[in-house]
Design a protein around this ligand. Structure first.
Ligand code: BJW
Ligand code: ZN
Length: 252
């Protein structure tokens, strides 16, 4: 693995000694499952302009275009499996005292890996929401038929995700803030830390006394503020941290 051994050792020691752990994940954790990230090489925003597709204004202007993009992404997501990074976090969730897994991802790969009570800040690709009555439903049909999909009330549905300029859902945001405030350790995995308010959570955790550990092959907006930054892929670094946590036995 190409990451610094001392950073991994430090991360494992902090994780092992913590009673309350929070994890914030982003698109990078799903990259090794074959899902493109948003901003890196090959990222989704390289081929599509976000303001054309991921805003309420874009949807109002051309719902069919936006729905075609989401329908294509659903077809890609339907074929992928969780990777070693997702599985390591599911393992950590089973072992940790208090554990919160907060994700910006709209995939359900954490759940597929066995994580429970995942806090979804940006919604889900598999949820549809009515543009008139607001009713939400789970829908795994690929491809969607009809497109755009229609609610039982007769109005068009929209993807159940959070677009730029929209507020994050109240309950997940409150859960995420509470978890950040009480965490002793926060792992920040596979996110560029550019999109707010999610990007503020590690800062909240740090200001409340947590050790913040970043896991990312690249430097990010968060790197300088983190107590440890492990340069590497989530699917390699997280299993290595877990191997050391379990090998070295219980902490405090
Ligand atoms: C690996 C790896 C491997 C690779 N292992 N790592 C100025 C102007 C306009 C707006 C704003 C502004 N300043 C702030 C704002 C607000 C705005 C914002 O933050 N904009 C910034 C871009 C500046 N935020 C919002 O609008 C949010 N809402 C809001 O603020 O509401 C306020 C409000 C209150 C009351 C009323 C009304 C409003 C909403 C944000 C919604 C974000 N939505 C998206 C799309 C979701 C749906 C969809 O998927 O289509 O969420 S955008 C996109 O970015 C997606 C992601 O969840 C999010 C974060 O991206 P992420 O996960 O960090 O991915 P990448 O690609 O950026 O990074 C991947 C990382 O992985 C990289 O670092 C790689 O190195 C790494 N990596 N391989 C580990 N193997
Ligand atoms: Zn409806």
């Amino acid at each position: 693995m190409e990451c610094e051994d001392k950073d991994i050792a430090k991360a494992a020691e902090w994780v092992r000694g913590a009673r309350r752990i929070a994890v914030l994940t982003g698109a990078g954790i799903s990259a090794e499952s074959g899902l493109p990230t948003f901003r890196g090489p090959g990222g989704l925003w390289r081929s599509f302009r976000p303001e054309e597709l991921a805003t309420p204004q874009a949807f109002a202007a051309d719902p069919r275009l936006v729905w075609e993009w989401y329908d294509w992404r659903r077809s890609v997501h339907a074929k992928v499996e969780p990777n070693a990074g997702h599985r390591a976090l599911a393992d950590l969730g089973r072992r940790a005292g208090e554990f919160s897994l907060i994700t910006q991802n709209v995939d359900s790969l954490h759940e597929a890996a066995g994580s429970r009570a995942v806090v979804h800040l940006h919604g889900s690709l598999w949820t549809l929401r009515c543009t008139r009555c607001g009713k939400e439903e789970m829908n795994r049909q690929v491809p969607l038929e009809p497109l755009p999909p229609v609610c039982e009330c007769g109005a068009m549905q929209r993807p159940g995700v959070v677009w730029f300029g929209e507020p994050l859902p109240d309950k997940p945001l409150a859960q995420a803030l509470a978890a950040a405030q009480k965490a002793e350790v926060m792992l920040v995995v596979g996110t560029s830390s550019m999109v707010y308010p999610a990007a503020a959570l590690p800062k909240v955790a740090r200001d409340s006394g947590a050790k913040v550990i970043e896991v990312n092959p690249e430097e990010t907006e968060m790197t300088l503020a983190a107590h440890a930054s492990v340069r590497g892929k989530a699917g390699e670094v997280l299993p290595e941290i877990m191997a050391r946590v379990t090998r070295d036995g219980p902490g405090k």
